[in-house]
Design a protein around this ligand. Sequence first.
Ligand code: F6R
Length: 247
Amino acid sequence: MNIQTFSNHEELSEQTAQHIFETIQQKIGETGTFVLGLATGASPRLMYQKLVRILGTSELDLSELHTFNLDEYHPIRQSHPQSYFQEMYHGFWKPLHDLNSSFEITNGHILNGENPKPEFECRIYEKMIQKAGGIDLQVLGLGINGHIGFNEPGSEGDSRTRQIDLTPETREANKEYFGDDLEKVPEHGMTMGIGTILESKEIVMIVTGEKKKEVFEKLQKLNKPTEDIPASFLLTHSKTTFYSDLA
Ligand code: F6R
């Protein structure tokens, strides 16, 4: 397991943003294109602020930068303040476009929580990722139950983008974003599958905060993947780095 440890969240976010910027800069320099996979949630938030600033103030032509988010609640309106669409619009796409207008907001892709046919939405999303050339670098956060995206324990290593039922733990962990009202947390989500994630050329997993300590310790003791901890499938991926501020 390739783990990089930092003394605090600020430093972790700065270094991770710098690494992602350099990776984007190199490939855009060579081919003009880059496909960045994004996660929502607290873990990458500060890193995104830093990445947006570095990318936005660079001279890079970002017209062929595409982003694909891992997941979205279902059903949820894109205008809902807690939709992942809104989180990315305000936390990444819009501020990046405002700083560097070569980045098109329409190149920020996310599963549409409004689609009444989620399985169809998921199939189209896989095709869009393939058409864009596959994900060059995928950012992940770690769920307290070991999930990645909304791939909850029990998800298969070769799973594809699909609709899922959220577990009680995940709904409980996310209720703070819905006015602490569990009833308001959607019961389903759509997520890239583990197989889809593992096709990314590079994976950057951000592990931050005391709440992740227990699952991260379990993960480090494993020598082969288990469906009980979906993040353990990353052990089979040749270019995954865990960026952590946990001692
Ligand atoms: C969200 C996602 C989730 C989170 C995970 C950790 O798009 O992919 O798997 O990364 O639940 O969430 P935070 O970072 O809020 O602790």
